[in-house]
Design a protein around this ligand. Structure first.
Ligand SMILES: [Zn+2]
Length: 593
């Protein structure tokens, strides 16, 4: 049996991951009705209260977890007992190893038939835009097998709409229908002359609207495109298709605002869904697009009302100047262990299945169509440089290989001559990419996070209609990134795909498609251990949470009770592993009802 490792409250994590604005989780407080608070620092202070104090005896633990434990730590893969004090693991080993660590105040919990595993990390998802979409009509391919079904869904919703209401849909995915049809203004106007209608593309890079929605937003055929956004036109006439964040926001700002209570409930609902899949920490990958800088303070308020079901680190949107974030008190590391500001988000290009990702070679069968970048090289250097100089971890969305070329050039320009410090800049999605790009990432200390869901959900459509087999077999080359010594992670980009880290890991290990089980690029499959690292320890590293991702002394006691041990189960079975409970720092965050 392994030797127990004992520790006396050493956290042991790197300086870059150290707390800057306090480390106590917020358990108390109430949700204020006014969310337009000017300074997020006040909200954190108000929401924080010390946990019920009691003397801590060095020899005893607060919580003793017994049962089958899969640690995620290759040096000690399994254990029978884990001792937790002040939210941290202080001992882990066999039952006898931990003898003598319990006192009168120690709570003993038994994992029962389940397996205690490290809390899973979702390193790139969208809380705010998905919160906005919650309650919108389901226009997904699963719910609407044909394009006519999508039109019928929206038509039925318009019929039920009350005067003054908007009718909105989400998850519409033209790539799943023959001919990749758009929901044009002409189609939507047929059944809704007065009711504003808006439908979000599943990729979140496009919105489809009718004339009433354009009118409500004050947009005409003469309105210029916003920076990096597009109101698509044919012969000078609006088509109804709106592209990229600034275009979509021009419409969204005209929609009736969701009351803060509804947003709070929506955020909790999304985080609960994640907890059900064993997730204990997520990266919100574009913070500020809906409520501006107030989004960070709002998350603290919601957590203050009752502990959130998962920890959240935020990536501040670079569409808002850093000076505005700083003025609101939001600087790198601001927050607490539940909600912390860490990243700086830049959106490089568009969506692969939406044909707006920027490619070296044209889209299949579309001569001259390469997709596009949202900004010029100099503009990218400026916005990456702004985030880097401020000390943020920069995350740049880049799907296409030409986009990755340009973003790497921008990064290299910014980082040339800069004093290296451990910011761990990232490239997001890295969908169509090549070995030499990973060599460049390794040389600049940049790491990729893969939207591996493309392989499973869109693999066949991308291969047959959009990219062709050559490019699709090389989609998301996790193994190539590993061969250059890079640490990397796997993400859902929720709600682009469901939050489900064990499915993401399974896709990386198997590379099969959803419809038909074809294997895309079998030589790029990674081992079970490599795939699981990308949703545990490496994802923790990539979200600047070095004290998460595995169960070992000094780390936070973030864990889930799973129906099976993924490290000893075939990857085919990982998506079916269920959870009965998750804990953050030893405190119950979610329990199966
Ligand atoms: Zn994203």
């Amino acid at each position: 049996m392994s030797t127990p490792v004992l520790d006396h409250d050493h956290t042991g994590h790197a300086d870059c991951c150290a707390a800057r604005a306090g480390t106590t989780s917020a358990f108390a407080g109430s949700l204020a009705t006014d969310v337009r608070t000017p300074d997020a620092r006040d909200l954190v202070a108000a929401s924080r209260s010390e946990p019920a104090g009691r003397p801590i005896r060095a020899a005893t633990v607060d919580l003793l977890v017994l049962g089958s434990i899969a640690t995620g730590n290759p040096a000690q893969p399994t254990a029978e007992a884990m001792g937790i004090r002040n939210g941290k693991i202080v001992a882990i080993g066999s039952r006898t190893d931990l003898d003598g660590l319990t006192g009168e105040q120690t709570q003993v919990v038994d994992g029962g038939d389940g397996v205690v595993i490290p809390g899973l990390i979702e390193p790139h998802m969208h809380l705010w835009s998905t919160g906005l979409f919650l309650g919108w009509e389901d226009c997904s391919h699963d719910a609407n097998p044909t394009f006519d079904d999508v039109v019928a869904t929206m038509k039925a919703a318009v019929v039920k709409a009350k005067p003054g209401e908007w009718v909105c849909g989400q998850l519409f995915d033209p790539s799943r229908y023959p001919g990749e049809p758009d929901l044009t203004v002409d189609i939507l106007d047929q059944f809704s002359a007065d009711v504003p209608v808006a439908v979000a593309n599943a990729s979140m890079h496009f919105l489809y609207v009718n004339s009433a929605a354009f009118k409500a937003a004050g947009i005409t055929a003469e309105t210029p495109d916003p920076p990096s956004g597009t109101f698509y036109r044919v012969d000078g006439r609006l088509t109804g298709v709106v592209g990229e964040a600034n275009g979509i926001l021009a419409i969204a700002r005209a929609m009736p605002q969701k009351p803060p209570e509804d947003f709070a409930n929506a955020l909790r609902e999304i985080m609960t869904t994640a907890a059900e899949r064993g997730v204990t920490s997520m990266r919100e990958a574009s913070t500020g697009n809906i409520m501006g800088v107030n989004e960070v303070g709002f998350l603290h308020q919601v957590n203050g009302a009752a502990m959130l079901p998962t920890r959240i680190t935020t990536a501040q949107s670079s569409l808002i100047p850093n000076a505005t974030w700083a003025k609101a008190g939001i600087t790198p590391g601001f927050g607490d262990d539940m909600v912390r500001a860490v990243g700086w988000k830049v959106i490089g290009d568009g969506s692969t299945q939406g044909r707006s990702a920027y490619l070296r070679e044209a889209y299949l069968g579309r001569m001259g169509e390469y997709g596009a970048m949202n900004f010029s090289l100099d503009e990218f250097k400026a916005s990456i440089g702004e985030g880097h100089a401020a000390g943020w971890q920069v995350m740049v969305h880049a799907n296409g290989d030409a986009a990755i070329d340009l973003i790497l050039t921008a990064y290299e320009g910014v980082l040339a001559g800069a004093t290296p410090h451990d910011q761990r800049h990232r490239i997001e999605h890295s969908t169509i990419s090549h070995p030499e790009q990973y060599r460049r990432m390794a040389a600049s200390g940049i790491s990729p996070s893969f939207l591996i869901a493309h392989v499973y959900w869109w693999g066949r459509v991308l291969r047959d209609n959009i990219l062709g087999p050559m490019r699709v077999n090389g989609l998301h080359p996790v193994k190539t990134a590993l061969s250059f010594g890079l640490r990397q992670s796997l993400h859902s980009d929720y709600n682009v795909s469901p939050i489900h880290p064990l499915r993401s890991a399974s896709i990386a290990a198997l590379r099969t498609t959803q419809d038909g089980g074809d294997v895309l690029g079998p030589d790029l499959r990674v081992s079970a251990e490599q795939a699981l690292r990308a949703v545990t320890t490496d994802a923790a590293w990539q979200t600047h949470q070095d004290d998460c991702g595995s169960l070992e002394v000094g780390k936070r006691a973030d864990y889930g009770i799973a129906s099976a041990n993924p490290w000893t189960t075939e990857p085919e079975a990982w998506p079916d592993i269920t959870f009965s409970e998750t804990r953050l720092g030893g405190v119950v965050a979610w329990q199966k009802g």
